[in-house]
Design a binder for this molecule. Sequence first.
Ligand code: NAD
Length: 283
Amino acid sequence: MSAQLINGKELASEKRESMKKEVEMLKEQGVKPGLAVILVGQDPASETYVRSKHRACENTGIHSVSIKLPDTVSEEELLGHIDKLNEDDAIDGILVQLPLPKHINEDAVIERISPKKDVDGFHPISVGKMMIGQETFLPCTPHGVLEMVRKTGIEVSGKHVVVIGRSNIVGKPVGQLFLNENATVTYCHSRTQNMQKHTKDADILIVAVGIPKFVKDQDVKEGAVVIDVGINRVDGKLCGDVDFEEVKEVAGAITPVPGGVGPMTITMLLENTIQSAKARVRS
Ligand code: NAD
C-alpha cells in the first residue's frame, strides 16, 4: 500500500479523550451536557446508529436520553416531543434519527428543533449560517471529513476539492465547508457528464454516493487525498463507495471503511453537544 491511512477510529478516540476533560470541567461548573435522540420505527441500521451514539455519550460523560416511537406515530405527536425537549434545561442537543416514515414531513421536524439545540446542524438557520461563514453547529459528517483532511497536514486553501454526491446531509455541506476553507470546489452527481475528467483533477476527492466500490483507481489522481463517506453492506460486510484495494495504490492518503468517517461523525456530534452546553454555561 502506498497511501497513508487516515485512521478515523484513532483520531476519534484522541478527540474523545480531550472531550472527557471538557465534560468534567463543565460538570464542575454545574452543567452536565445532555443529548436527546428520537428514533421512529425499527429500522435496524438506524437502531445501530442510535446505540452507537448512546455508547459514545456514556463513554464521554454526556447524559443521553433516548425516545423511541412507533412508526405509526403522528407528526403532531413527534413535534410535541421536540417541543418538550426544546424546553428541557437538561438537554443541550436534540437529534431526530433520519429517515422518517413517509407520512412525516422531515423538513417540518427539522425546523421544529430549536437552532440552539440543533447539534446535527440540519436546521435551515444552521445551514444558512454555515453558508455565510457564521459560527454555528456544523453538520457532523462533513465536519468530520474536514477534520480528517486537516489531520493529513495538507493545506486545504487553493486545493481542488471534488465532491461526488450532493445530498443535503453530506455532499452539499461538505463542499461548502471546504469552500469556507478557500478550496476550489467541484460537485459531481448523478447527472454529471464525463465525471472522471473532474475526479482525476482532484487534490482531495470526497465520495458520498452510496454505491459500493464506485470509485476506481483510474478515477483518482496520483497522490490525491481520498475520503470515503459511503457505508454499504455487501454480503453482510461493510464497505465504502471507494474500491479501497485499488485506490490505495494510487492515492496519497485514504480513509478506510469501517474505521474512517463513521467514528468521526459521532465524535463531531459529541463536540456539538459540548459546544451547546458551554453556551448554556454562558447564558
Ligand atoms: P444520498 O442517496 O442522499 O445521495 C447520494 C448522492 O450521490 C446524490 O446526490 C446523487 O446525485 C449522487 N449519485 C448517485 N448516483 C450517482 C452516480 N452514478 N454518479 C454520481 N453521483 C451519483 O446519500 P447520502 O445520504 O449523501 O449518503 C451517501 C453515502 O454516505 C451512503 O453510503 C451513506 O450510507 C453514507 N453516509 C455515511 C455517513 C457516515 O457517518 N460515514 C453519514 C451519512 C451518510
